[in-house]
Design a protein around this ligand. Structure first.
Ligand code: CP
Length: 328
């Protein structure tokens, strides 16, 4: 078990202990306040250079990582892949070596290939690599911001800060993850975050959208979706990943929605305190009814906002790697 990511790359949540996760969540909490300052900056990574390399589309992750790096006063090199020499056939290895030659401390990378972030960490071992999503494998900062959002909401209800509660609020929490688990890196990272912190996780999905081998997954499969919805304290919906061919894994989108979509009728039967989450981008009308997405119980915009302090924490711990003296 890894007890801290200080000074380390963040490639996966697999193997991170509750202590390591809580350290990241607590660090993120200390950065929340920076968002409300008139000058939204701290000097924590002044003089450091962060490269932002998104080989796959992104809105939330890219913008929040770049915002996070800038709020930490890092310099950001942002590669526009579509107009870069990648389009002339330059390999990932040569692309990384070229960017490394400019002098960088960290790479934030998204790639469609599972394992790409690990590969880059081997090409440039002196650079810290933060995985911003690799294929179907991992999306560690999404798992972290989802856990952070849940802890923040539960803390508000209990009148405690997240830092006071550590992982206590997750003990016995019921998290239901619904939809395209097979293709979802978010599901994999969420499961690792929630279970390491002490929550129980159930999965609800059509059999065709489950991974072929779930040996060792610390989850149970929901036998009855309606019962699972009643059981859940948190309902985490997944995007049906049509770009990864998910559409062909279900008879039709309408049939998927009718069996596993969070329709307004299903949402009305949730307990009032149940938290509804979606990592985005949403397929409104497919995995989530548009009216459900706009309910107060749906915390989708809050997840996006929390992406910034959580990614500040990941960058800060990974790149600076030293204990802060409290002066931000
Ligand atoms: N949740 C998420 O990864 O969204 P983006 O693809 O927009 O970054």
């Amino acid at each position: 078990m890894i007890d801290s990511i200080r000074g380390q790359s963040l490639l996966t949540l697999e193997g991170l202990s509750a202590r390591a996760l809580v350290e990241i969540l607590d660090t993120a909490e200390s950065f929340v306040e920076v968002q409300s300052r008139s000058v939204k900056k701290v000097p924590a990574l002044k003089g450091h250079v962060v490269a932002s390399l998104f080989f796959e589309e992104s809105t939330r992750t890219r913008l929040s990582f770049e915002t996070a790096a800038k709020r930490l006063s890092a310099d950001v090199l942002s590669l526009a892949v579509a107009s870069s020499s990648v389009k002339k056939g330059e390999s990932l290895r040569d692309t990384i070596s070229t960017i490394d030659a400019l002098g960088i401390d960290a790479v934030v990378m998204r790639h469609s290939s599972s394992g790409a972030a690990l590969q880059v960490s081997r090409y440039v071992p002196h650079v810290r690599v933060i995985n911003a999503g690799d294929g179907q494998h991992q999306h560690p900062t999404q798992g972290l911001l989802d856990a952070f959002t849940v802890r923040q909401i539960l803390g508000e209800r209990h009148g405690t800060s997240g830092q006071e509660s550590g992982s206590e609020l997750f003990k016995g929490l019921h998290v239901l993850i619904v939809g395209d688990v097979r293709h979802s890196r978010v599901a994999r990272s969420d499961i690792q975050a929630y279970t390491a912190l002490g929550a129980q996780v159930q999965i609800a999905a059509p059999g065709t959208l489950l991974p072929p081998d779930m040996t060792g997954w610390p989850v149970t499969l929901a036998e009855d979706f309606s019962e699972a919805l009643e059981w859940a304290d948190v309902v985490a919906l997944l995007r049906l990943q049509r770009e990864r061919g998910s559409g062909s894994f279900v008879p039709s989108l309408a049939e998927f929605t009718s069996s596993f979509g969070l329709t307004i009728e299903r949402a009305r039967r949730l307990r009032p305190e149940t938290i509804i989450m979606h990592p985005g981008p949403m397929n409104r009308g497919v995995e989530i009814d548009s009216r459900v997405a706009d309910l107060p119980a749906a915390v989708i915009a809050r997840q996006v906002s929390n992406g910034v302090p959580v990614r500040m924490a990941a960058l800060y711990l990974s790149v600076a790697g030293l204990k802060r003296d409290g002066a931000l």
